[in-house]
Design a protein around this ligand. Structure first.
Ligand SMILES: [Zn+2]
Length: 465
């Protein structure tokens, strides 16, 4: 008698951290139970994947799905569906721009309920660090937060104020005691205000706006953030680092012993200043897209393994907020969780052979994210015993991306017309197909809250005092 499984994926090239292998994958009760060539037996669902690659499901640790409160900007269902169409099987939702923002346990519970009722994939929840809420970090940690997010400049949402240095220091100290990472949007608040005042007086066009937020804002803030992280022994996660100089500053701090991880976003690696000038609002984000030579420099840092994770920073808004004569007033946020990862992988494959590009990008998309946020006992790799989260991709042909295929609530994005050699054929979350053949699979079930495991080495404040 042969075995029967819930799912068998047959004949694919499976991208594991050790490199690609040719194998079948069998899943049972949402977990991978076997990975080996030609698994005997039958399955309730058999997926033929000969000629295709399978990567671990992408864990997007940086999205703004804006629910509750601003589901008309995106919402959990649209956002997670679009993510699944892009190969994603889990996301961490940022504490803003939902209403209320997640800055205490009550708002954490509201976010969790919203995701549990309509997210198509598993999800984690970031807590916010804002002035006056340091006493809320522990309860949010107990509720299952993956980390805490702070802004060093205006966030664009009044209800989520930036952290002054005292807040940042106290928050990082508390987070370190809890063994939790703090994610920081690193742009210097006073330089941002100065730049805006200076440039806006000269013009309100896209070029003036670009001049108002030079790389120096990022570098100034990173210097401060890594110093405080070093002082407080906090695990610092720098989100959306936009420049090679920023990566180098953080890398230097790491070599001095500061626990810092670096996130890059697809848009800083795929688009440059010229694109925001050409495309306008769909390509406006904070920090802004950079000159071409910095984009290429960021690739060099990525290929030198100086970057740890890729997050989309998917941050949509209704179309009327993406239109204005005054470019300073346009909403800053790129919608990218559906097209960004695949196109980035396509670019990586154009630069290096698949046996190098695929495992490295898969580590940045999944394995490193799982490790950094301590969900690596169940997620982040294709291995027996892990959640059956995977994306089946075709890298053989080339196709043209279209905004028409976007599953976002608002079909806006900066990649329309770009050629990609990576097509997401099917996305499987906990052993069930959530996306295939261009659409969300019927009967998808809501995802679960992902809780970080306890720190393996408990933090002892006294040992560093
Ligand atoms: Zn963000």
């Amino acid at each position: 008698m042969s075995d029967h499984y819930d799912l068998i994926v047959r004949g694919a090239t499976v991208v594991t951290p050790a490199g690609p292998i040719h194998a079948d994958i069998a899943a049972e009760a949402g977990r991978i139970v076997r990975i080996r060539p030609e698994i005997p037996g039958t399955a309730s669902e058999t997926v033929e994947a000969r000629g295709l690659h399978v990567i671990a499901g992408i864990i997007d640790s940086h999205v703004h799905f804006n629910e509750p409160g601003r589901a008309h900007w995106e919402g959990m269902e649209h956002g997670s569906g679009a993510l699944a169409a892009g190969g994603g099987t889990a996301f961490f939702d940022m504490p803003l721009n939902s209403l209320p923002p997640v800055t205490d346990v009550a708002s954490f519970a509201l976010k969790r309920a919203a995701a549990e009722s309509s997210s198509l994939t598993d999800f984690g929840i970031w807590g916010g660090l804002v002035p006056g809420n340091v006493d809320q970090l522990e309860p949010m940690c107990d509720a299952g937060a993956v980390g805490f997010k702070a802004f060093m400049c205006d966030s664009g949402a009044e209800e989520f104020p930036p952290s002054d240095l005292a807040t940042l220091r106290a928050g990082m100290k508390r987070a370190a005691e809890l063994g939790m990472p703090v994610a920081v949007h690193a742009e210097d608040a006073s330089l941002a205000r100065l730049g805006a005042a200076e440039q806006r007086a000269r013009g309100t066009d896209v070029r003036s706006w670009l001049r108002s937020r030079p790389v120096e804002l990022e570098l100034a803030a990173i210097r401060i953030a890594v110093d405080i992280a070093g002082e407080t022994r906090c695990a610092l996660h720098l989100v959306h680092v936009s420049s090679p100089q920023g990566v180098m500053l953080a890398g230097d701090a790491r070599r001095r012993g500061v626990d810092v991880s670096i996130e890059a976003c697809p848009h800083y690696l795929l688009l440059s200043e010229e694109d925001v000038i050409r495309l306008g609002a769909p390509a406006k984000c904070f920090p802004p897209l950079r000159p071409e030579e910095l984009r290429l420099g960021l690739w060099r840092e990525l290929e030198a393994c100086e970057i740890d994770t890729i997050g989309s920073d998917h941050s949509p808004a209704p179309p009327d907020m993406k239109r204005a004569g005054d470019f300073f007033a346009v909403w800053g946020g790129i919608s990218g969780c559906q097209h960004g990862f695949g196109l980035l992988l396509s670019e990586a494959l154009a630069r290096r052979p698949p046996e190098i590009a695929l495992p490295h990008m898969s580590a940045l998309f999944s394995t490193n994210v799982a490790r950094r946020f301590r969900i690596d006992r169940t997620k982040g790799r294709l291995a027996e015993g892990f959640d059956a989260d995977m994306a089946i991709i075709d890298i053989a042909g080339e196709h043209t991306l279209s905004n028409g295929e976007l599953l976002y609530r608002h079909r806006q994005g900066p990649y329309d017309g770009r050629k990609s050699r990576v097509r997401i054929v099917r996305t499987i979350a906990r052993g069930r197909t959530v996306y295939a053949q261009g659409r969300i699979a019927p009967g998808a079930t809501p995802g679960h809250l992902i809780r970080p495991s306890q720190p393996s080495e408990p933090y002892h404040r006294s040992s560093h005092a």
